[in-house]
Design a binder for this molecule. Sequence first.
Ligand code: SAT
Ligand code: MN
Length: 611
Amino acid sequence: MAADTTTYDSVTTSYRSTHAELQAWVDEVAALTKPDSITWIEGTPDEWTRLTDDLVEAGTFVRLDETKKPNSFWCASDPTDVARVEDRTFICSVDEADAGPTNNWMAPSEMKKLMIELYDGSMRGRTMYVIPFVMGHLDSAHPMFGVEITDSAYVVASMSVMARVGREVLDKIEATDASFVPALHSVGAPLEPGQADVPWPCSDTKYIVQFPEERMIWSFGSGYGGNALLGKKCYSLRIASVMGRDEGWLAEHMLILKLTSPEGDVKYVAAAFPSACGKTNLAMVEPTIEGWKVETLGDDIAWMRVGADGRLYAVNPEFGLFGVAPGTGWDTNANAMRTIAQGNSVFTNVALTDDGDIWWEGMTEDAPAHLTDWKGRDWTPASDELSSHPNSRFCTPIRQCPILAPEYDDPNGVPIDAILFGGRRKTTIPLVTEARDWTHGTFMGATLSSETTAAATGAVGVVRRDPMAMLPFIGYDAGDYFSHWISMAKNNDESKFPKVFYVNWFRRDEDGGFLWPGFGENSRVLKYVVERIEGKVDAVETPIGLVPAPGALDTDGLDVTDEQLEKALAVDVDEWKAEIPQINEWFEKFGDKLPAVLWTELDGLKARLEA
Ligand code: SAT
Ligand code: MN
């Protein structure tokens, strides 16, 4: 970009694009939001330094000790702006029916009118940043471009970690006259002349809006992760799921991992769990079983397309990890600890140590004697409140992950052998159940349920259906989404498709204790999954699907009693009978849109439970 700045319409800008549509949109947004100046993001180290220095100066960032976390920053949000706001998230399809029963909807014209009023002058006193980005690889056959306009430097820094951004991306958008997803974000906190800024500007009025037909995103009022880093959930799940429906592929809330057996056989697994249910931990798991190796490809989002050989290939569209901090420690996820240890990271709503490092619950067994908590107050182990918000996050480059699989760089992705669906359930759901076929697997995904977590505002611990862990992220009618899943196998060769499994690490006994130790021991379930695919171990038919035959799950050296294991694996007919009316009620929400084959699956399940 030109080093000199150009002034037009009284706004100083660092660049003007040769891409007519892009420049016109930037001009239009600037005219509406009235920023002081416009900065196009180049993605250079110098720019990162300038930006983070400014954030330190503004009091938004605290620079961490260079010897502990180089080039890294602590940040606390406004205490009211700490998670995705699902009740403020809208799918503004032209036809209300296309948003379906699981999304909030408003007519696009009505939403635009309302938001244009909010955006009018909303960037006054601030810099407007233009971030060209690509989700997935720049060298992909169909690069998935986006441009985020934001008035938050925090968002720029975080997006620079989470996506491939800057000059190279813009060059390609311009050179190929590419289309891009316009993603507009404002914290909604204009500054009057002379008005001092706050460390975390945001607004009480929040809207997170997707216009699926226009492939466009408008976000207002929040600076937090999934509400503001628009390449992530808004583009890579809500908008991309609509693209996938239209073009015959899948955009899913899934981690991707590579599993190598002691014999050197390689398998790729994708797994869907709701937010804050352990995707990052499983993606980086250190197997407890001899000779097995896990490498990471992604921890949150998978885009899956059918390859020339008929198999389902997955890529991770992201470039960074935005992981839940509490509970991440050397015992539970050493690879995440090694990733952040290299620095270049932003930590939001965790605690600050007296020697310029960060800490959160679960990082180490003993808490430091004194901390500054996420609200900026003195904290000691005697304090009644947690030092870190339960949804506090580390934002760190995925390339720093010591077990990143080399295939991460393959624009075509990796062929998926197994898909896991999982939730957080105290009862009913066994440790692992295998689907009979793709339709049954779709049924398992469609009926997936989980206790709510702190990743979204609202009550925590309430069981809700979370289909394919996509409840807050399906950009269209969920009944149509299930049909799309069914059609993926119908329109392709199902025999080449991944096998589907339903897992639950979170089942408890009567006293509330976990029946399964989880974490590294989950590698035993991964091994079982692979050995089922290869036909090496047996499973037993039950009313809900296939469960491990006695001895099929490797429990060598596992510190679990036979009774616990039996309870973890059990299919309790009475618990399942109690589940049926809930599934029935869930399916009825979708009316005619629910694929008939899913009713057939439910009828079959009922009949088998009664038999
Ligand atoms: O806040 S994010 O949406 O980015 C993370 C999550 O909830 O999965
Ligand atoms: Mn997620």
